[in-house]
Design a protein around this ligand. Structure first.
Ligand SMILES: Cc1cc2nc3c(=O)[nH]c(=O)nc-3n(C[C@H](O)[C@H](O)[C@H](O)COP(=O)(O)O)c2cc1C
Length: 192
């Protein structure tokens, strides 16, 4: 059986990002559970703010095409997003918007999302742990017909959530991440 491939995408470029840190921990757990994990940075896929005139003039930027193809060679995707003003940051929304505009040969626009397993997680210093950004992201991905798995992780007080080995230290967080990893692997495998 081919290896299960999972793509992990942190939704922040910031040095010391809480979400990039959680993405790293999640990638480790996914690999421990047997997945072949690719963890990227959106810094390697810079995109202009979506503008229909720009698309009409120059087409979809190569980075959006590359990211779409990167998603397409993975069975499942984990997005770890910050929360900005109760929603997802422009980086994450803009990236998704551009990727939905990619149309490869013999494919419908946005086909890469359809029926693909997506897991979502957030990290924030607040008590809510970015859970409102997860609601927004779930809606967006669902509207793209992605299969967003039921389990999700909103990591509260994320700056204090780790031990000195950089592992999650609270049992509830550890269990929530384990459940997310289990379900993403199980559902991605079913869709392989
Ligand atoms: C414009 C802006 C809006 C924010 N709004 C929220 C918010 O609604 N809820 C929240 O929990 N944190 C909010 N924050 C704080 C972020 O969660 C915090 O900056 C976090 O560290 C960003 O993620 P990162 O560490 O992965 O870059 C906001 C930060 C910015 C810059």
């Amino acid at each position: 059986m081919a290896a299960l491939k999972i793509l992990v995408i942190p939704g922040s470029l910031r040095t010391g990002s809480l979400n990039a840190r959680l993405a790293a921990v999640a990638a480790y757990e996914l690999a421990q559970a047997g997945a072949e994990v690719t963890r990227i940075s959106l810094a390697d896929f810079p995109l202009p703010i979506y503008d229909g005139d720009l698309q009409a003039k120059s087409g979809v930027p190569k980075n959006a095409v590359n990211l779409k193809r990167m998603i397409g060679v993975h069975h499942g995707v984990l997005i770890v997003t910050p929360e900005y003003n109760a929603s997802i940051p422009p980086l994450v929304k803009n990236t998704i918007d551009w990727v939905t505009r990619v149309q490869d040969a013999h494919e419908a626009r946005g086909q890469v999302f359809r029926g693909r397993a997506f897991a979502i997680a957030a990290a924030s210093q607040s008590r809510l742990g970015g859970s409102r950004s997860l609601a927004a992201l779930r809606l967006i991905l669902s509207s793209c017909q992605a299969l967003v798995i039921p389990n999700q992780l909103a990591l509260s007080f994320a700056g204090e959530a780790y031990d000195d080995m950089d592992r999650l230290k609270h049992p509830a967080d550890i269990e929530a991440l384990a459940a997310l990893v289990r379900q993403l692997i199980e559902i991605s495998q079913r869709l392989m």
